[in-house]
Design a protein around this ligand. Structure first.
Ligand SMILES: [Zn+2]
Length: 311
């Protein structure tokens, strides 16, 4: 049951990633088209109840992705507001926690299952995300209702929000799951929201059409694993909460995939043979690797030029 839920979640992300990428291409040619983020979403688990992850920090699952809700001294900060269709249920879950107004929405990236609710967000809420993620959601038309000068803050490498016990950092190490990912660190709580950089203990997605990069995914994870020293707990994009040790293990897993593709793939090598022959070390035995072939292919597409990959 658990594994079928995970499968559904990952499949949904994958489809969403492809839909989002398609929307970008379409947007460039036909500006009137926007993704169907407010359409009915059969198969998406309902928005679940909030569970405490740390003091003043909650996880709200379902409705597209894992959402973090952080209650600061001056307002509620929401990381990843889910599909637009889930926004009413998400706000109801937040209202059950506090009367404090929602002042900020942070994006881990621009996919609709995480960021689609920007389409229906009240204009007074400030949106914070990577420059490339904000450019994408602007292209989708999701910030249209927010006026000519939308209430948006962007960053390229790192940005720090708030102060003291409320301090939050957003960190990017370059293209990985998409070209606009953010690792969101709640310093006092010692919690990281990793978004789809760590979606679950699964083979992750490097959404090439969305600017992602398989090698960059390993780079981002391994850099974070060695550079971040004040995190104990990790909120994943779609799965259960993990420990920092689990995050480091996952970073090692993705680096292992990149090393394998680099060593084994080459001119006239058949991916149908090479990818299916990958040995999986025992520490990853509990991972759900149903899309492993696709992940390896995304890594290969990030390494080798297209003309080398036709044999
Ligand atoms: Zn995603």
């Amino acid at each position: 049951m658990r594994s079928s839920v995970r499968l559904l979640a990952v499949a949904a992300v994958c489809l969403v990633a492809v839909a989002a990428a398609g929307a970008v291409a379409l947007r460039l040619r036909a500006p009137a088209t926007t993704p169907v983020s407010s359409a009915a979403r059969p198969g998406v688990p309902p928005v679940g109840p909030a569970t405490a992850v740390a003091e003043r920090l909650y996880l709200v699952p379902g409705g597209g992705c894992n959402t973090a809700v952080f209650i600061t001294a001056t307002g509620v900060v929401v990381v990843d507001p889910k599909y637009a269709t889930a926004w009413p249920d998400l706000t109801a879950r937040i209202r059950a926690l506090t009367d404090t107004p929602i002042t900020h929405v942070i994006l881990t990236h621009a996919h609709p299952d995480h960021a689609g609710a920007l389409e229906v967000l009240p204009p007074e809420v400030e949106v914070v995300g990577h420059l490339n993620a904000i450019n994408r959601v602007t292209g989708y038309g999701w910030l249209k209702s927010r006026g000519a000068t939308p209430n948006v803050r962007v960053f390229a490498d790192r940005i720090t929000l708030f102060a003291g016990a409320d301090t939050i950092s957003l960190i990017s190490h370059g293209p990985a799951h998409t070209d606009g990912d953010a690792l969101v660190v709640f310093h006092a709580a010692r919690v990281l929201h990793a978004g789809d950089l760590f979606p679950d203990t699964v083979a992750p997605i490097a959404n090439i059409e969305g600017g992602g990069n398989g090698v960059g995914l390993a780079h981002t994870l391994t850099t974070a694993a060695s550079a971040i020293h004040d995190v104990d707990t990790v909120i994943t994009g779609h799965g259960p909460v993990q420990t920092w040790a689990d995050f480091r293990t996952f970073a090692g897993f993705v680096q292992m995939l990149v090393d394998y593709v680099r060593a084994e793939m080459g001119f006239r090598k058949d991916k149908n043979v090479v990818f299916r022959a990958i040995p999986i070390p025992p520490q990853y035995a509990g991972y759900h690797l149903d899309r492993l072939f696709n992940t390896l292919d995304e890594i290969d597409r990030s390494i080798r030029p297209r003309w080398q990959r036709i044999f």
